[in-house]
Design a protein around this ligand. Structure first.
Ligand code: SF4
Length: 718
């Protein structure tokens, strides 16, 4: 019998359990990848309650990325116009420490930044933020979750007093009505969507409403598709609340006992009669009323959202507007009901728990809370006042800090900002100006290595053991099943090595990831995300959902019922009540005008993952999505003389790209769509983010990657 290793899919926030089997199995020929490397076999883990044995094409083919495009040794150069040369770890670390110490002396610790990733395991996050916030005394540690989930974080904190999605995946099968907002879950969170879709198909009374300017596969499965104009989500949810109030379909007792702010909220939603809302959202009034009826008639309403909500200048307002409708109707804290953000990256949730953004500290603590800082300083044995009281540089502020010269050292790990950041030409120019950039990744080359002075080889999924938390707060141990390639090291080990060389040896005595997790878990005691009952040893038996304090027996896997937050209707606010946070709809950061008359929305395709560092090397996925296409409505295409495959120049105020057209009614008139996966290594002039802008939600600092104004010009002779 061949031993399998249980782990988690390293792609999206659904967090499906995987079983991995070695390439050599008795009686079977060894399968090989396209380059001839022996191929590990991957199948869904039936024992993982989140995914119940299911995987999508990304999870099923992930092993094919293990040996492709890998970085095995440190590389270094003095200037970006020189080739990167192999060096020893000692040489690379000496250079890094020298540059950090010089920057500290000359410009202070705030001239040093670390930009991490939802691909990190929780241990990586924890050690990175301890190094930056605790030891170096700068809060300049942010992660690509800033581009992904920070509006959900801010919205939960605004409305409930703390981050933390209240729901669990079982709710997908217990709801009577699911509102999916700004999320193409069928393609981007497919296994979570499968669970909802099966429930919806089995039960005719269960309703599914999809809010999205595109008629996606998710929208096709819905009872009602609201193809709203981009940027009108706040208006829509204020309008739904207006109708619920008008019809008397509100939970008065719940609101009296468990919420505050209803008066201010009613003032705001009084401005959103259905006529105005339908007109501004660009949907029929009957559809708006039907959506509100579905909500009103359901015993249990679940809302699910993702990037279409979060990546917006009103990201937090959109999240709060959705939660407000849950509060006015009492749809929270019970099976099948509640607001439920779908996470993008596999461990964006773990990052939030471990303090992986520039305004957070481990255990859902805030940088700006003096007690929280004091708790961490005491726990880490640091002098009072070591942790700076203000949030550090968020992701975009790191880029602008390079422009002004305030950032002297930029350390990038497990992410590819030379493709994924907004306003890409400006981002790339800023990266080129960086006095010293460290790039730490499993893959080489990526688009970002072109901007690095030192490149460090990181161990990848399958080569390091650590913990990840998925969208439903399920914590899974990802166990290493093969040795690291070359001299690669786990991200947390690299951060700890640098910490020790900088003179913080006492802080980084960890021998194993299990020790790191133990130190982190102890810091969550009595916090909402309490994982004091968890350890690597315990998680070897199977995944466990938090909260999981050590005061409660965890039992065997499967013993524990699904955990939901706020079932007692007590919220982690000073008065224990949830808060209505009313907002007016403000539209897009960059509305269309005569010069740029189309709204561009960018997004993801079923098979690809982000900037293709893994999926770009997998033949099956390349075959699914060989090239990026511009989706345009037939009406617009006809007016511009565009057919299928016509090359179209797409221009915004920031840059120009070229795509071939796909004429489809799946997109609303006046809106065009392009996928965001193609960087300079994969296609010429097809980087979606050359077009996007960096305006961000003022509360979450999440940029509006989802929408900008563009001009289209068909190209006669490409
Ligand atoms: Fe992996 Fe997400 Fe697919 Fe599950 S749904 S297999 S986590 S990519």
């Amino acid at each position: 019998m061949v031993e399998s290793t249980r782990t988690l899919c390293p792609y999206c926030g659904v967090g499906c359990g995987l079983e991995v089997l070695p390439p050599a199995q008795p009686g079977k020929a060894i399968k090989r990848d396209a380059a001839g490397n022996p191929l590990w076999q991957v199948r869904g883990d039936r024992g993982h309650s989140s995914s119940q044995g299911q995987v999508c094409v990304k999870g099923a083919t992930v092993a094919e990325s293990l040996d492709r495009n890998r970085l095995k040794y440190p590389l270094m150069r003095d200037r970006l116009d020189q080739p990167l040369q192999p060096v020893t770890w000692d040489q690379a670390l000496d250079r890094i420490v020298e540059k950090i110490q010089t920057a500290q002396v000359q410009r202070g610790s705030d001239s040093i930044c670390l930009y991490g990733s939802g691909q990190f395991q929780t241990e990586d996050y924890y050690v990175a933020q301890k190094l930056m916030k605790g030891c170096l005394g700068t809060n300049n540690f942010d992660a690509n979750s800033r581009l992904c989930m920070s509006s959900a974080v801010a919205g939960y904190i605004q409305s409930f007093g703390s981050d933390g999605p209240p729901c669990c995946y079982d709710d997908l099968e217990l709801t009577d009505c699911a509102f999916i907002v700004g999320a193409n879950a069928a393609e981007c969170h497919p296994i979570a969507f499968n669970r909802l879709h099966k429930h919806h198909k089995r039960n005719r009374q269960v309703k599914m409403v999809v809010v999205d300017p595109r008629r996606t596969k998710t929208a096709e499965a819905a009872d009602l598709h609201l193809a709203i104009q981009p940027g009108t989500d706040v208006t829509l949810f204020n309008g739904i609340a207006h109708l619920l109030l008008r019809w008397g379909e509100i939970a008065s007792l719940f609101m009296d006992e468990c919420t505050t702010g209803f008066g201010d909220y009613t003032d705001v939603i009084s401005h959103y009669p259905p006529e105005r809302v339908a007109q501004e959202c660009g949907i029929p009034m009957t559809d708006l009323e039907q959506a509100a009826r579905y909500w009103a008639n359901a015993d249990n309403v679940l809302s699910l959202w993702s990037m279409g909500v979060n990546q917006s200048v009103q990201g937090t307002a959109k999240v709060c507007s959705i939660i407000n409708v849950h509060l006015i109707s009492g749809q929270v804290g019970r099976p099948g009901a509640g607001p439920f953000s779908l996470t993008g990256q596999p461990n964006a949730m773990g990052g939030r728990e471990a303090g992986g953004l520039c305004h957070l500290l481990p255990g859902y603590r805030s940088i700006q809370n003096p007690e929280h800082r004091a708790t961490l300083e005491q726990a880490w044995g640091l002098p009072p006042g070591r942790i700076a009281p203000e949030p550090g540089r968020d992701t975009w502020a790191m880029i602008t800090g390079l422009e002004t010269g305030e950032v002297q050292v930029l350390w990038i790990a497990a992410t590819n900002p030379a493709v994924s950041m907004p306003d890409l030409k400006r981002t790339q120019a800023a990266l080129r100006q960086s006095p010293f950039t460290i790039y730490q990744d499993a893959y080489y080359p990526t688009e970002t290595t072109a901007y690095a002075h030192v490149v460090l080889p990181a161990a990848q999924w399958g080569e390091k053991t650590g913990v990840m938390t998925n969208s439903e707060r399920m914590v899974t141990l990802c166990t290493a099943f093969r040795p690291v390639l070359g001299e690669a090291k786990a991200d947390w080990e690299i951060f700890a090595m640098v910490g020790r060389r900088l003179g913080f040896g006492d802080q980084f005595q960890f021998q194993t990831a299990a020790e790191v997790y133990g130190e982190f878990a102890a810091l969550t005691r009595d916090r909402l995300c309490d994982v004091t009952g968890l350890s690597h040893d315990r998680l070897q038996a199977g995944p466990v959902q938090w909260p999981c304090p050590d005061s409660e027996p965890v039992g065997e896997p499967g013993d524990r019922p699904a955990q939901r937050l706020y079932t007692t209707l007590q919220f982690p606010t000073p008065d224990g009540r949830a808060r209505f946070r009313p907002f007016h709809g403000q539209g897009l950061g960059e509305p269309v005008d005569q010069d740029y008359p189309f709204i561009l929305t960018v997004g993801r395709l079923y098979g690809h993952w982000h900037t293709q560092t893994r999926t770009g090397h997998i033949a099956k996925i390349q075959k699914l999505h060989p090239r990026p296409l511009l989706e345009i409505h037939p009406k617009d295409a006809k007016a511009l003389g565009i057919d299928n495959d016509t090359w179209v120049v797409v221009k915004s105020r920031r840059g120009v790209t070229r795509f071939q057209a796909l004429v489809t009614k799946a997109i609303s008139p006046g809106v065009v769509f392009i996928p965001m996966h193609w960087g300079a290594l994969w296609a010429d002039d097809a980087e979606a983010n050359v077009l996007t802008h960096s305006m961000a939600c003022p509360l979450s600092l999440e940029p509006e990657l989802k929408a900008c104004a563009v001009h289209l010009q068909p190209l006669a002779n490409p």
